[in-house]
Design a protein around this ligand. Sequence first.
Ligand code: FES
Ligand SMILES: [Fe+2]
Length: 405
Amino acid sequence: MRLVPRPPGTRDHSAKGHSDTFADTISRMNTQDARISQALRRELERFDPSLPIESAHTPPSSWYLDPAFERLDRETVFSHNWIAVGRTEQVSKPGDYLAGHILGMPYFVLRQEGGALVAFHNACRHHATELLTGSGCLDHAGESPRITCPYHGWTYGSHGDLLSAPHMAGVENFDRASMGLRTIALETWQGYVFLNLDDDPSPRGPDLAELDTRLNQQFETSSLRHVMTRTYTVHCNWKVFVDNYLDGGYHVPVLHRGLAAGLDLDHYTTEIFKRFSIQSCKAKEGRLGDQALYAWVHPNLMLNRYGGILDVNRVMPVAVDRTDVIFDYFFDESSSQDQSFVSESVAQSESVQQEDKQVCESVQRGLRSPAYDRGRYAPRIENGEHHFHSLLAHDYRNGTNSLAL
Ligand code: FES
Ligand SMILES: [Fe+2]
């Protein structure tokens, strides 16, 4: 099923010999829109979060395939939740910036001259050019850093205020004070910078206090050092990758035989909290320490803690069938100095990651089969996945109401 209309101005070649006026096109699009929103709501309602896991079906394949759901991901899930975009140490000095996209929506984070971190929508108020790309440090010679648009040279201050706009004298109703950059809500947690594109987001802190406690009680976190970052492009919808992570260890003995040998999978547990879940398992092998803990924070952040290692995964959708997964590896003081321990640990993690990548891409292909529509959950095992789908359903439903879809 395709829920998204043909873009305006493009011709339906099946309607030969028919010549539309612009008004005809708009009216047809309005009718199409009404049909689409009904179809979208029907697909949304096919996953019922109120059903217990024993009687629930998984969401239909349209949630993973259809561009209408990619739009919902962008305008609901990734516009109203806190999304980790990088580590605070990447923007440690005044003038440091970090630019990127959240499902195509450009942002940049900046360390101001006074040390505060701020974030802005990365689109010039003149003709929308991205002001900054990648990462770096703005040249500021001890003064307030300035951001100059690379297109026509409009210049903004570090608070987003428009400082200069060449050749704009004589423009009517041009209120310079209201032409500054729009800010984005920013918080930090566990050394990460989080953004929330909602204009009035709820604070992140209280939600995660319990996860903080668990991480700090079970593991020594003060000496962790960032050692490397790896990015994997996986040809699947981002939700396929998250589902795989949250299946309660179901796939581990089948898909990751090497990893399974180091874990006591008979005692694998999943605990569900409001907007995060924790999977944990006793470990048998030295590298993994005594216990492995896998924490997932809605919608797309994973913290994997085992032995003297933390690896953090950010699952960033790029397209409906493409996802970048960014792995940051941290090691504690003693492990980080043992080069062979570091490289062997990263190599083992990479081989698990390759197995996950292949199976996620296989799931994405399988989702296109006309013979597949929805699946079932293994009760007492796949609770984390069911919890994720329930939070998604909640985000989508809230979004379709406020977007009037
Ligand atoms: S688009 Fe930025 S100055 Fe023109
Ligand atoms: Fe896996």
